[in-house]
Design a protein around this ligand. Sequence first.
Ligand SMILES: Cc1cc2nc3c(=O)[nH]c(=O)nc-3n(C[C@H](O)[C@H](O)[C@H](O)COP(=O)(O)OP(=O)(O)OC[C@H]3O[C@@H](n4cnc5c(N)ncnc54)[C@H](O)[C@@H]3O)c2cc1C
Length: 444
Amino acid sequence: MHLVIIGNGITGVSCALAVRRLRPGARITLVSAESAHHYSRTALMYVYMGHMRLSDIKPYEDWFWDENRLGLVYATATALNTAEQLVVLNNGTTLRYDALLLATGSESKLGGWPGQHLAGVQGLYGLPDLEAMARDTHGISRGVVVGGGLIGVELAEMLHSRGIEPVVLVREARYWASVLPPEEAHLVDRQFQENRVPVRYHTELREVLGDAQGRVRAVLTTAGEEIACQWVGLAIGVTPNLSLARMGGIDTDRGILVDELLRTSAAQVYAAGDCAQHRQPAAGEVPIEQLWYTGRLQGETVAHTICGQPTRYRRGIWFNSAKFFNLEYQTYGRAPAGPVAGMDHFYWEHPSGRAALRVYFQAAPPHAVAGFNALGLRLRQDVCQQWIRNHTPVAAVMAELGAANFDPEFFPQHEQALVAAFNRQFPQQPVVLKRRKGLRALFG
Ligand SMILES: Cc1cc2nc3c(=O)[nH]c(=O)nc-3n(C[C@H](O)[C@H](O)[C@H](O)COP(=O)(O)OP(=O)(O)OC[C@H]3O[C@@H](n4cnc5c(N)ncnc54)[C@H](O)[C@@H]3O)c2cc1C
């Protein structure tokens, strides 16, 4: 069997490694337009910030691929003929496949603003963007970041690390309003304030203004403000990369349409990761998942089907994590930004404003726990997911909260306060703190 994979991101590589395990004799070719070797996209910011070199964000040494008989082709796939099972590359090669995985990832959304073509205006998705950003922000004093989401805060932190003032434009009334409840968003806002990053809420980009050389010199906002700057980062989201799928006549919508086995509309062609759109997502799940761990999971799942062991994709319990300057964030399960019928929540915030915990649970007895938001404290993924999976009553979760804790100091210090706050908010289901033996031995 010859498996051709387009894209050497986490999805493509996870599939390749799983197929190598399942079918030691398979021929596997990974094609990538972006880089000769796989790297961790999530760590791009640390390269700009000087914490890591490019070579540090490659999870595998360069010899690894030959050693595992994984063929790497550094080229762009420019045409796809699904009837003949052929992929054409821009280096003149044609690859015949028995199975093809489209793991083509996403592209930055650009928004269509006047002036966005000017030099010094860009998104951040891959290595060419990183190079452009390093070049165009060299020696500048101010950059404007458009977008109040995860990439927006990353861009702000990246500029800040090089002594460049970032000004952030956020369309909504608060940071990441579609995901974070107001209290959590407020803690992120404190990070912006402490790092002296000006944020304009309720403000959108209207136009990017250029100088005589065709470089950005300012932005004009919907509030009528002109902000002088020498660079603009557009961080308004990403969209699945559909070019090759469309060239091959494969069914697409916002993403490449796949069934639960991650099969596309063409025989022997699969799609997974950021570029895939599930035709029938499970209840409560989204059709397009643009996360590192879901890419890995989809890549590993589709490998089984490709190897003749049809396996349905099941995402499992939602998980995400990020860092907003110095504030770590984790979320598990259902953690909506606003009120949801039938769901209640408990919220606790440390007086310093540097840590918070929100626990979501069903309003009806037995008040099964449904999700968590943690800021500034780290929870153990396996414990949280088990509680959610087992529909553990929130009172039991609160009584055992320290079991989910990673930080050896935090919970022993604050669990009394947490439980007292819970009992004040929910006196009808009082929690008695369980004494855990050897907590320090467990986590210390
Ligand atoms: C800056 C940044 C930070 C992020 N941080 C996080 C995070 O903290 N946590 C998290 O969960 N997620 C994060 N994400 C999202 C996460 O990185 C993606 O969900 C994940 O990388 C998608 O993996 P993928 O393999 O599906 O696609 P990609 O990693 O996009 O890989 C697809 C590859 O296919 C190549 N390709 C496309 N078309 C062709 C073609 N025709 N020919 C050849 N090659 C082609 C592309 O060049 C690309 O290299 C972040 C994303 C970005 C951009």
